[in-house]
Design a protein around this ligand. Structure first.
Ligand code: FAD
Length: 430
């Protein structure tokens, strides 16, 4: 990578530009390099760190992983893949020009590119709350820097000889992972959500109560169906006038696809950036992947934002291969969540439409959602070792007619398939 001598001082020229340094951005790098081992590749991120696994920030806060074990790829990944990685707030992309193929950075530099992929992920959504501007010791919880901020407050409170009172806004995945991280380090944890149930985007109405009871048994306290009306000096007042003091306030009310500069550039967006099955946007040569995009959920047939890490990586990889000129298609996306919380495990996938069938096999409780001889989705409580078979049924839209579903839903295994289907599965190369 070098500055182009024909252009003004502040300009960098590259063949491939990757905006984002997480699952989707890294997938794009790998996709590009699988086709083109040597084209100039510039990766930009407004976070200063080597690529890290975002879901591990709560484990770091909990003390379960060391920073060196959070890396998403080895520390020599950029060198090995011929990537110029410019990391930190200076390299934040402020705007992009799809016609002229340029991006403007926060430090005033301009990047001129042939092809770019936007892998900017999602940004925390913080609802408007009175007193938020002057609040202290409040954090969102999507970045390593957020977890480090929480850690500093916990340490400061510990130095006063006590444990912190923690208030969390949001009973979704991120709020509950933060709660898990702090459960053994806090005097109390109170979780507030406007929704009347926990994990509203992962669980059904019927299953959320069960999970809430388990989490309450393990020390978490909930205020559901309520919101924070205002924030004062280390205290929040709820919509029902209850006042809760806090040492640490975590704002985890949700995330939104980070589409700001893309939208301003005229790139078509729904909730997230819209792409075709090669991950290309409506602007030729500009691709998008990961949490910042909307894509087809094959389990529901709807285009939606599916903010999960495996999808982000695969979309990135598809974008990368396509940018480098080969044919790649991403058409198998659906939401999958594997979630451990305070020693309690659950796995969910697909959409919860159709008839619900509940199977208790003594080890796990499984909720299957079925329609038109297809498995649309499932929620499994407990550790179910071969549940990947169920995810495959959704991914491959397997016709369940002719399969011994009584047996399959009790014990996932190949014996439930008919002789022919078994033979085909055994013969299929992996
Ligand atoms: C606490 C927590 C727990 C999670 N647990 C799970 C889990 O168990 N399973 C699961 O599947 N998913 C989980 N997720 C979600 C998962 O982390 C995301 O789906 C995944 O990281 C998405 O990858 P991405 O590359 O699309 O975006 P992100 O990981 O959000 O990365 C976006 C990148 O773009 C950069 N960027 C953004 N804007 C700009 C800009 N303007 N200029 C330059 N750079 C920019 C950012 O710095 C970052 O490098 C969790 C997330 C959190 C926060």
């Amino acid at each position: 990578m070098k500055k182009d001598s024909n252009m003004e001082e502040n300009t960098i020229r590259t063949q491939y530009l990757v905006i984002g340094n997480s699952a989707a951005g890294i997938g794009a790098v790998q996709g590009i390099r699988s086709v083109d081992p040597s084209g100039q590749l510039l990766l930009l991120s407004d976070e200063p760190h080597h690529t890290y696994s975002r879901p591990l920030i709560s484990y770091w806060l909990q003390g379960r992983v060391e920073p060196e074990n959070m890396v998403y790829r080895d520390t020599d990944f950029y060198d090995d893949n011929g990537v110029t990685a410019l990391l930190g707030p200076d390299y934040r992309v402020e705007s992009i020009d799809g016609e002229n193929k340029t991006a403007k950075l926060a430090n005033g530099q301009t990047v001129v590119f042939d092809k770019a992929v936007i892998a900017s992920g999602s940004a925390p959504f913080v609802p408007p709350i009175g007193g938020l501007e002057t609040a202290q010791d409040d954090f969102t919880f999507t970045k390593l820097a957020d977890a480090q901020g929480v850690r500093d407050v916990v340490d400061r409170v510990n130095e006063e000889g006590r444990q912190p009172k923690v208030v969390i806004l949001g009973a979704g995945l991120i709020g509950l992972k933060a709660a898990e991280a702090l459960n053994d380090q806090a005097e109390s944890i109170i979780i507030i959500d406007l929704a009347p149930r926990v994990l509203p985007s992962v669980l059904t109405e019927g299953t959320a109560g069960y999970v809430q009871e388990i989490l309450a048994d393990r020390g978490l306290d909930f205020r559901l169906g309520r919101s924070i009306a205002s924030i004062g000096d280390h205290q929040v007042t709820l919509s029902d006038d209850e006042t809760l003091p806090y040492d640490v306030l975590i704002l985890a009310a949700g995330t939104r696809p980070a589409v700001g500069f893309a939208k301003e550039a005229g790139i078509e967006c729904g909730r997230g950036i819209l792409t075709d099955e090669h991950q290309e946007t409506n602007m030729a040569g500009i691709y998008a992947a990961g949490d910042c995009t909307d894509s087809m959920d094959i389990s529901s047939g709807q285009v939606r934002n599916m903010a999960v890490l495996p999808n982000a990586f695969m979309q990135g990889q598809t974008a990368g291969v396509s940018m480098a000129g080969e044919e790649a298609v991403y058409d198998k996306g659906f939401p999958v969540n594997s979630l451990g919380l305070l020693g309690f495990y659950m796995l969910s996938a697909g959409s919860y439409t159709g008839d619900e069938l509940v199977v208790n096999d003594g080890e796990c409780v499984k909720h299957f959602f079925l329609g038109d001889d297809r498995l649309n989705g499932f929620i499994i409580f407990g550790d179910c070792p071969r549940a990947g078979i169920y995810t495959d049924l959704i991914r491959n839209k397997t016709d369940l007619a002719g399969i011994d579903t009584d047996r399959l839903f009790r014990e996932p295994g190949i014996m439930a398939f008919g002789t022919q289907a078994r033979a085909a599965k055994v013969a299929r190369p992996h």
